[in-house]
Design a protein around this ligand. Structure first.
Ligand code: GRG
Length: 288
């Protein structure tokens, strides 16, 4: 059931992204389309499933899902730049600055970011302007200087810090870098329905942290072929991670506890939230 739902989310968000970029021409547009291929589409899945829980019109959920995947794709293109993580491979393909050049990669990330807000601002995302505004302002906050950008800045600063980060500092860094977009995704369905987003927020806070711990575990134990990116980077750079701070078994135990916490947060939805619970289990068992 979860596999089918994830596949469905993947094809729906791809179709929506293709539609939203269909009128664009030129090199940056080509690089945007290239960047928006592949990936697990976990964030799109969270939007679509949280929207389904609240009986939101599927076409509206698909647009919010496309918006978050566009922001996520922008962050990956910029993160891969030589001035940041300097990666050659992403989703099993050459990164944008390798396939094109750095200027194209910067512009592609910029254009994907603005596309996300354009998609949310369109009445096709919600006929209610208050809902559109709530989606736009919460996404700006989640991706900006209090959210993902803050997390990325803390991560870059950690590379030259005199001492390795503590567990609290790593947790704060990751809550921004990875957690903020995951939280936005899982809360989007509630926002689209103008419903209480409390349970989805509790679920997604635990899920986001479990996702990042699993990413640190994959960095140590994963297979580069399956992951589609270079691994062991954190260890090579001598960076503190959940694995270096908790040990491999400690990190696995903490991730498992967070999955249970995420599952429990959805008790008010009963069986209807089974796909979201399965997503929490998937996050720590994934190989990519
Ligand atoms: C450049 C402002 C700015 C932020 C970059 C997302 C990010 C912040 C950096 C990516 C580096 C990284 C490996 C982060 C750890 C977790 C993460 C976000 C992994 C990639 O997300 P997945 O696994 O990727 O959902 P797919 O390809 O499946 O979409």
């Amino acid at each position: 059931m979860f596999d089918a739902a994830l596949k469905d989310a993947q094809s729906r968000v791809q179709a929506t992204l293709d539609h939203c970029m269909s009128g664009l021409e030129g090199t940056v547009a080509d690089a945007m389309r290239y960047t928006c291929q592949g990936g697990k589409r976990l964030r799109a899945f969270l939007v679509i499933e949280s929207a389904r829980l609240h009986d939101v019109e599927p076409s509206q959920a698909d647009r919010a899902a496309a918006a978050i995947e566009a922001i996520h794709a922008y962050s990956l293109v910029h993160d891969d730049l030589p001035s940041m993580d300097d990666d050659d491979l992403r989703r099993g393909k050459p990164t944008v600055h390798v396939k094109w050049d750095e200027a194209t990669a910067v512009l592609t990330g910029d254009a994907l970011q603005t596309l996300a807000f354009e998609v949310l601002a369109d009445p096709a995302t919600s006929p209610n302007p208050e809902v559109r505004l709530a989606l736009i302002s919460s996404l700006a906050k989640a991706s900006g200087a209090e959210g993902m950008v803050l997390g990325q800045a803390l991560d870059i600063a950690a590379e030259t810090a005199a001492n390795p980060l503590t567990l609290d500092e790593i947790t704060r860094l990751q809550a921004g870098k990875t957690g903020a977009l995951i939280e936005w995704s899982a809360m989007a369905g509630g926002r689209l329905a103008s419903a209480d987003t409390g349970p989805l927020q509790a679920y997604s806070k635990a899920l986001g942290l479990a996702f990042q711990i699993a990413d640190d575990i994959l960095d140590v134990e994963g297979d580069e072929g399956l992951a589609g990116k270079k691994l062991q980077k954190d260890a090579d750079a001598g960076k503190a991670t959940f694995v270096s701070l908790l040990g491999l078994d400690g990190a696995k135990g903490r991730a498992q506890d967070l999955v249970s916490e995420a599952e429990d947060a959805l008790s008010c939805y009963g069986n209807a939230a089974e796909n979201l619970r399965a997503a929490a289990r998937f996050v720590i068992s994934r190989k990519a």
